[in-house]
Design a protein around this ligand. Structure first.
Ligand code: SF4
Ligand code: SF4
Length: 410
């Protein structure tokens, strides 16, 4: 049996071509066989969604969904997998509610439709009446041991809550008055689901961020882990999807999206969007999709005291200054704070994200100050080394960039 520390390490170090579930299933199987833990009784509710997360889980190979269901989870009710239908299926759900109260897990896929008392989404039949997703969630969540939202719709509203959102779609945690563990993504990766389920079974609730996402999968940004990161630092940007270079200019939202896709990859650990030449559209973000659109436009300009810098200019400026690494980190820090203020074209933005916690805000501020000081120190050093020639050249270069004289400009 793994210690919690070893387990987290395993989750976070899963690399290309390695399946987390492949490791976990035998471990869990042995633990269950040795009576160290019991299979978890699960009610899996589908509310307003496309069933994408169930399909994602069904795409798990080696082990298959079948193994997961027979060896790890004891799924008592799942809209897609029920053998019975109609009120017979509802009976299994009701029995679980009664016999396993306080012990069963509620897994939710899809957003809660709240407009018109939830009538836009009816999920099962009880005593001849259709029950709305809203009523079902309010009733069942209160009796569950854990509530786990899978996919961006259940976690944060997702595409179902995109503007103008007539059905009043919301994430589960906005509706129920209790802790909800959010596993976002459109859909959620099978590993994110099986890894979180395993942690719950063995060690209880994993460490979560302020959006209640397990840190072992959502602790870093796509940008932090990206294979094209060096090209971003060097100011080498692709001009079209599929092109060589960092995809920031063609809309990549990796810098503002927390998930480990570059490390974990998709389709049985074969590839992921940026590796295939498509920008990340930020599907694991709490602001997806409205806050991430238009998908193929780059992130907003960075406002400086002199002018607005677009990404091409940032790249050129950083290369000109010879301070790519430090300055781009600084710039990314700035636009992370500004994205929802400036990025409104064609969509209604969600509310500005506040810093997640006071501690995090403090940490980010310290980091930004550190980076700003490093940038200033480097600039001073450059000036000291080449006082006259460098300053003139530096001023000319900046003037070209800020006044739009850059020959390579869009
Ligand atoms: S902007 Fe996108 S493509 Fe470029 S380094 Fe960051 S995550 Fe990778
Ligand atoms: S790379 Fe981006 S868009 Fe693709 S699954 Fe990961 S978070 Fe979602």
């Amino acid at each position: 049996m793994l210690s919690r520390r070893e387990f987290i390490h395993l989750c976070m170090s899963t690399a290309v071509g390695m399946s987390l579930t492949e490791y976990l299933i035998p471990i869990m199987h042995n633990a269950i066989a040795q009576s160290k833990t019991n299979k978890a009784p699960v009610i899996w509710l589908e509310l307003g969604s496309c069933t994408g997360n169930s399909v994602s889980l069904e795409n798990a190979v080696n082990p298959t969904l079948e193994q997961l269901l027979s060896e790890i989870l004891d799924v008592r009710y799942h809209w897609l997998l029920n053998v019975a239908n109609g009120e017979d299926a509802t009976k299994a759900l009701e029995e679980t509610l009664e016999k396993e109260a306080g012990k069963f897990w509620l897994v939710v896929e899809g957003s809660v439709m709240t407009a018109d008392n939830g009538r836009y989404n009816e999920v099962f039949l009880r005593n001849g009446n259709m029950v709305t997703g809203l009523d079902a969630i309010m009733d069942i969540a209160a009796k569950a041991k854990y509530v786990i939202s899978v996919g961006d719709c259940a976690a944060f509203g997702g595409p179902s809550a995109a503007h103008p959102n007539p059905a009043g779609a919301k994430g589960v945690w906005e509706v129920v008055n209790r802790q909800v563990i959010n596993i976002p993504g459109c859909p959620a990766h099978p590993d994110w689901m099986t890894g979180t389920f395993s942690h719950l079974l063995f060690y209880g609730v994993p460490e979560l961020d302020s959006y209640n996402r397990p840190l072992m999968f959502f602790g870093k940004t796509i940008h932090d882990l990206c294979q094209r990161r060096q090209q971003f630092e060097d100011g080498i940007f692709a001009d079209f999807p599929g092109g060589e270079g960092c995809l920031f200019r063609v809309g990549c939202k990796g810098p503002v999206t927390h998930a480990d896709c570059p490390l974990r990859q998709w389709n049985h650990y074969v590839n992921w969007p940026v590796k295939a030449g498509a920008p990340c559209i930020g599907c694991a973000s709490p602001n997806f999709p409205d806050g991430m659109m238009p998908f193929y436009n780059h992130l907003p300009d960075i406002q400086t005291p002199f002018t607005a810098l677009n990404v091409k200019k940032i790249g050129a400026a950083m290369v000109a200054l010879g301070t790519g690494g430090v300055a781009t980190h600084f710039a990314v820090g700035i636009y992370k704070k500004r994205i929802h203020k400036h990025y409104v074209d064609g969509t209604k933005p969600l509310e500005v994200s506040e810093p997640e916690t006071l501690e995090q805000a403090k940490k980010e501020l310290e980091e930004l100050t550190k980076q700003k000081n490093a940038l200033l120190a480097k600039t001073r050093k450059l000036e000291a080394n080449h006082p006259v020639r460098h300053r003139k050249w530096w001023r000319r270069k900046l003037a070209e960039i800020f006044q739009g004289k850059d020959k390579n400009e869009d």
